[in-house]
Write a protein that binds this ligand. Structure first.
Ligand code: ADP
Length: 272
């Protein structure tokens, strides 16, 4: 592979023979490339709204600022772009906080059913009109998972938020929670436009979008699913995204039921 990098070391034995030790360094090289790309992408994503703000403020300071209609229109653009930067910085900070917690398994027991009820209410209040499309089904009683309440709430907001953003208006968004042995299965399914199969493996990459223009115009940062992936990894769970173009998307998250044995993050079976 073009990225393949080997490091060779020679270990001499006293009898004159030598042992050749080859180590594969491609992994760290790829990680370094990803980090550099991430900083470049984040800077670009921040610079775009910033350039627009600078441009409009400059024009406002000029004669354009004298006409009240133009002024109101330009101020609205400046406000929207500043909000976009705010969302981006929020998501970037979430991502780095979750990554910093990576090796500390979440210790609290959380009632996922109650958390979904609350998230549904919050989303219904924030997007009046669309909240009624969320249909929640769960096994009766508490459904306890081992987790971090704030992170699981963010996971739900991102997944249900995507179903609302990319779902077809008027179609239901089904959220279900079921117990499965020592795991709990959370499914968020929409009947939206769906995702072409070639994009599926890359959706959880930072800033990866199927339709960048569309995502930006509806306020997406391109970080939502990357955040979801990191939250699932920290919870030693599993994430699966399945989709049919024209029919909809179904995201499944498997979380550990409270009281189940916690595996270290690099143990077999803990991979996402
Ligand atoms: P964004 O902020 O752009 O929504 P995400 O990381 O949440 O970023 O999602 C990445 C991309 O995956 C989106 O831009 C969109 O193209 C696609 N996507 C995510 N969820 C859905 C969904 N439920 N239906 C269709 N496409 C989706």
């Amino acid at each position: 592979a073009p990225d393949q990098r080997w490091e060779m070391r020679l270990a001499p034995f006293s009898d004159g023979r030598r042992l050749v030790h080859l180590s594969d360094r491609s992994g760290s090289h790829a990680a370094e490339r990803m980090r550099v790309d991430f900083v470049a992408n984040a800077s670009h994503e921040l610079r775009t709204p910033l350039a627009s703000i600078l441009g409009y403020v400059e024009t406002l300071a000029d004669t354009a600022g004298e006409d009240p209609v133009t002024r109101a229109r330009f101020l609205k653009i400046v406000f929207d772009e500043a909000q976009r930067m705010d969302r981006l910085v929020d998501d970037l900070m979430s991502l780095s906080r979750i990554e910093a917690d990576k090796y500390r398994a979440p210790a609290s027991s959380i009632d996922l059913a109650a958390l979904v009820d609350r998230t549904q209410q919050e989303l219904a209040d924030a997007h009046d009109g669309r909240g009624k499309d969320i249909i929640l089904e769960h096994d009766p009683g508490e459904i306890m998972v081992q987790g971090d309440a704030a992170q699981l709430s963010q996971l739900l907001h991102n997944l249900i938020g995507n179903a609302m953003k990319y779902g077809r208006p008027g179609t239901p968004i089904r959220v279900s929670i079921t117990r499965a042995d020592d795991m709990v299965r959370l499914v968020v399914a929409d009947q939206g436009e769906g995702i072409p199969p070639q994009h599926l493996p890359r959706l959880t990459e930072r800033f990866y979008r199927v339709d960048p223009g569309r995502s930006r115009s509806i306020g997406g940062t391109g970080l939502g699913l990357a955040i979801v992936k990191h939250i699932v990894e920290r919870h030693r769970g599993r994430l699966d995204i399945a989709s049919q173009v024209g029919e909809g998307t179904r995201v499944t998250v498997m979380l550990r039921a409270a009281g189940s044995v916690t595996l270290p993050i690099d143990a077999p079976g803990a991979a996402v």
